[in-house]
Every structure is written in structure tokens, then in C-alpha cells.
Design a protein around this ligand. Structure first.
Ligand code: SPV
Ligand code: MG
Length: 524
């Protein structure tokens, strides 16, 4: 069923329904999740959220831009507050056609002159449009629509400007005869006298919308006693709720100079991701990313900051405004890796960003990175990436690693460098490097205790690797001496068990292990 058909169904059903105000994609989504059956795209709320007045300060194309986001975010039909139709019969028809193109279900136009003022601020009878001119607008709009189910609602402003009941009744008849599918009777009284008078005097059978913003104390069952009252519009409460919430939280954060006390009272970042439908993205990744792209990565961040002597994990050292860890997370996200597990140890309480999994290595002082890896890799049943948290690397290395992993049948692929590295011991490569993008690739044929070997054949593990044979490696990580197992020992055992280890040979411009202030200067 199209949104227009849904709206028609609501209109033709002998029961009232509620339209909740929304003003952007997010609020539209929330309105739908709450259970409402239709949305009022309020002019007041949309302009307020854009920070401008409700005086036709935005053009109709700017309104369309907002509506496009709203309509995309919801499966509910939207009744658009079309103000006065943005001009004469011609402008209103253009508006209608553009709304149809955007998939909007219905539009409401009010019988005031362009440019309008919000009804709660307007009390001049001069603001009213000529009823016959307005009827011509309705006829032009109905003639312009191409889908039969599009709904045009005519809004009566007679009560708001003091023109009274007779004027409202006269106009209502003219508008319905011109082809309006429904009427919206507006009133800014705090009781329902205008509405009660209108309903008891007007005798045409047409669906009617009401906006009880000011007469909110009148019970809905009183307003809906008349079966023609079909739509009750809660016209601006979403934006008003946002304003109160934002004012209060901004004030609290400003006064306290901290977000610590604010955190509990606001939506979590993961709730924002949920509303943005991040889960859909994860599903699409599975479908559309090249086969072999892992969905998991483990960041080993348990160790002490070493020579830096700082009171926080080394992963939190800032490089060009972002921590090392944030750089890594951004890089992983850019290649589509959704599940990121961070192993914490030293000063673990400093690492607590939302949206990631955490594993704690409480024996960080006496164990090696492979122990951390063994803790985090336990639950992973697919290929995964491993990153030492103190390596800073260029993103293309990750792309190359994933690309190469699709081309090789190796069980592990290491990113290695030729220059001596901090890891004790070196790896030996075969003599026949292939060319891959910016880097050479090679097979690891042995592990040496010495750091100084044949320079042609010697490489050093950089701290970035892909574990393709997750079962094999996870088995090796379940050893008795895991507390002291080094990466070099792990690779050596993998070779002993007949596993194949391949390497991408990167330059030290592309990947740097951050150990000294000089290293930091280099990457900054
Ligand atoms: C709006 O929500 O923009 C409306 C209803 O037009 S009212 O603000 O009550 O005029
Ligand atoms: Mg409005």
C-alpha cells in the first residue's frame, strides 16, 4: 500500500487517528517507532529547527529538502503543512506536483495571504485570502495532481483572525465544493467553543482535522464525538520537547564543565546508531564488500606506555587531534570492519568509548601481546585483523592487506618492514617478492632469534596482521605457555604446523611503531 493509500484509508475510516509532529528524519523515525499512524510536517517546527521564523522565510524547495529526509526515514504517510501554497494557484500546483514526486501523501493549505505569519501570532482579518481566490487554488491543485489518492486539506483561519463562525462556514462550503478532500479547522482559543460551534453548524460530510495546541485540556473524546473529526494533530510537541531537553543538557554541561553527570540522562551513541539503521549497513557490507573482508578486528591496547611515562594507555596519545586508537578505529571502519574488540590492561578505565567490545587483560604486567590476543580471539569464528594499538599506519595498507588476503591461500598475512623494528628477532622471507600496489609481498620461510640477518631476506613484523585461518591460530593460542608466548614464537609454531605465512613488505613511511617522541614527531 502506498503512503497515499494509507492516508486515504485513515481518512475514510470511521475512527479518528493521531498525527504527530515531526520536523526532520530523526523525529519522523521516532514518531513511527512510537506507534503513530501519520505525521504532521509542521511549518512551525521545521522552521524552528532550521532556526528561522514561521513567516515563509524558507523557500518551497528548502521545505522539499527537509521533507525528502523525513519521507525517506519513515513508512508513515506525511501530511505536509503547505502554508498558503507558496504563492498563487500556480505556485500551489507546482508545490503539489513536487510533493507528489517526493512521495508525500497529503498537503494542507491555509486561507491566508502569502507571506503568512504563524496563526498564533496573526490576528488581522486582512491576512485572510479572498475565499474565491483560495477556491481557485484548491481547484488548480486538484487538477494538477497525478495520483488519485493524493489528499488536499483546506485550512480555515477565520476563527484565528476574529472573522467568526459565519465566515468559517461560508468558506468551508466553498472550499469543499472546489474539491478539498478534507478541512482543517483552526482555533487558538483555550477551550473548544470555536470547534463546537463549527461542528454543530456546518452540515457537509467531509473529514475534519483539528489542532488542539491551545485547547489541549479538552478531552479527545469530546472533540471526536462528531464522527467527521478524523485527524487530531499534535502539531509541535516534538520540537518543543527537543528545545527543553537541549536547553537543560547544554546548561548542565556548561555549568559543570563536564559531561560526566549528563551521560546517563541522554540517548546513548549506540541508540543514535540504531536510529540511523546502522544494522542495515552491516548487512549490506556482508552482501557487497569483496569476499574475504573480515568483519572483526582486535586492537591490542593492554601494555604500558613504555618510554612515554604517561598516566594513560599509549593508544590514547594524540596525533593531529585524534588519539592513535581513534585513528585505528577510523581506518578499520573505512574498510568496513564493524566489530572492533579492544583489549585493555594498563589504566583500562581510560578506554571506554561506546560502540566497541572490551576484553580486559588484568595480567598485562606479566604477559605479552599474544596473551591479550588469546583472550580476545576466543569468541571469533571467522578471519580477523589484529592491530597493536601503538602502530600508526597509512590506510592503504589495510586495503592492501585485505586485497592480498583474497589472492593468497596463506593462513596468516603479516605487514612487515625491512628496517629493524622493536620486536626482538626477525622473520626470513623467500627471495621472490611479487608486486602489490605500493608494496612487495613475500612468503615467510623462517623465524630467527637474531635481529640482524641477511638484509635481503630479513623482515620485521610491524604489528598489523590478518588471521585467515582463525581455527588454526586460535588453537595455537591455547597453549600452556601462553603467558610468555611472543608473536615470533607464535609464527614459528605456525610454520612448524605447516601453516603458510605471507607478508606485505611496507615502507616505514607507511607504518610506524610509536615508541619515542621522535616517532611521534615523524607521524605528526
Ligand atoms: C504548524 O504546525 O506549523 C501549524 C499549526 O501550522 S499552528 O502552528 O498551530 O499554526
Ligand atoms: Mg504552519
Amino acid at each position: 500500500m502506498t503512503k497515499r493509500e494509507k492516508f486515504r484509508k485513515l481518512l475514510n475510516h470511521n475512527k479518528h487517528f493521531f498525527l504527530m509532529e515531526a520536523h526532520d528524519g530523526l523525529s519522523s523515525k521516532i514518531v513511527e517507532e512510537t506507534g503513530f499512524s501519520a505525521i504532521w510536517a509542521s511549518g512551525l517546527s521545521i522552521t524552528a529547527s532550521l532556526g528561522v521564523r514561521d513567516n515563509n522565510e524558507i523557500s518551497y524547495t528548502q521545505l522539499l529538502d527537509v521533507l525528502e529526509y523525513m519521507n525517506d526515514a519513515t513508512s508513515l504517510p506525511i501530511l505536509v503543512d503547505g502554508d498558503t501554497g507558496y504563492g498563487n494557484f500556480n505556485n500551489a500546483s507546482v508545490l503539489l506536483r513536487k510533493l507528489e514526486e517526493r512521495g508525500i501523501a497529503a498537503v494542507c493549505i491555509e486561507d491566508k495571504k502569502f507571506p503568512k505569519t504563524n496563526s498564533f501570532l496573526e490576528d488581522s482579518m486582512d491576512a485572510l485570502a479572498d475565499p474565491l481566490e483560495f477556491a481557485g487554488k484548491i481547484r488548480a491543485m486538484k487538477a494538477a495532481q497525478s495520483s488519485p489518492d493524493f489528499t488536499v486539506v483546506a485550512r480555515l483561519e477565520s476563527f484565528n483572525v476574529g472573522a467568526g463562525l459565519d465566515d468559517a462556514i461560508k468558506r468551508a462550503r466553498i472550499y469543499v465544493e472546489a474539491g478539498a478532500d478534507a478541512l482543517l479547522v483552526h482555533s487558538k482559543r483555550s477551550d473548544s467553543k470555536d470547534i463546537d460551534d463549527f461542528l454543530s453548524s456546518f452540515d457537509m460530510d467531509v473529514p475534519i482535522f483539528l489542532v488542539p495546541t491551545k485547547y489541549y485540556t479538552v478531552p479527545v473524546n469530546h472533540l471526536t464525538k462528531d464522527i467527521r473529526v478524523r485527524g487530531i494533530i499534535w502539531a509541535n510537541q516534538s520540537v518543543r520537547a527537543c528545545v527543553s531537553a537541549m536547553q537543560s543538557i547544554c546548561k548542565q554541561i556548561f555549568n559543570e564543565g563536564s559531561i560526566a553527570n549528563a551521560e546517563e540522562s541522554i540517548a546513548s551513541v549506540s541508540e543514535i546508531f540504531r536510529l540511523q539503521r546502522h544494522d542495515e549497513y552491516v548487512e549490506m557490507e556482508k552482501k557487497y564488500l569483496p569476499p574475504g573482508t573480515p568483519s572483526s578486528a582486535i586492537i591490542l591496547a593492554a601494555g604500558s606506555p613504555g618510554k612515554f611515562g604517561i598516566e594513560k594507555p599509549k593508544a590514547l596519545i594524540s596525533i593531529n587531534g585524534q588519539s592513535l586508537l581513534e585513528h585505528q578505529i577510523t581506518a578499520l571502519t573505512s574498510v568496513g570492519i564493524a566489530n572492533k574488540t579492544i583489549v585493555r590492561g594498563y589504566k583500562k578505565e581510560h578506554i571506554s568509548m561506546q560502540g566497541y567490545s572490551y576484553v580486559d587483560n588484568d595480567k598485562w604486567q606479566t604477559t605479552d601481546a599474544m596473551y591479550s590476543l588469546s583472550l580476545a580471539s576466543k569468541g571469533i569464528v571467522e578471519p580477523y585483523l589484529v592491530l597493536y594499538s601503538d602502530v600508526f599506519f597509512k590506510r592503504y595498507l589495510l586495503h592492501n592487506l585485505i586485497l592480498f588476503s583474497n589472492q593468497t591461500d596463506a593462513d596468516i598475512i603479516l605487514v612487515c618492514v625491512k628496517e629493524n623494528y622493536i620486536f626482538s628477532g626477525s622473520l626470513v622471507v623467500d627471495n621472490s617478492p611479487d608486486y602489490l600496489g605500493n608494496n612487495d609481498t613475500a612468503l615467510i620461510t623462517g623465524v630467527s632469534d637474531s635481529s640482524y640477518g641477511d638484509t635481503e631476506k630479513t623482515v620485521y613484523f610491524s604489528g598489523l596482521m590478518m588471521v585467515k585461518n582463525h581455527e588454526g591460530i586460535n588453537n595455537l593460542l591455547e597453549c600452556k605457555d601462553i603467558d610468555t608466548l611472543s608473536s615470533r614464537m607464535l609464527f614459528s609454531r605456525a610454520l612448524e604446523y605447516g601453516m603458510k605465512i605471507a607478508a606485505i613488505i611496507a615502507s616505514t613511511d607507511a607504518i610506524v611503531d610509536i615508541n619515542t617522541v621522535q616517532d611521534l614527531m615523524k607521524v605528526r
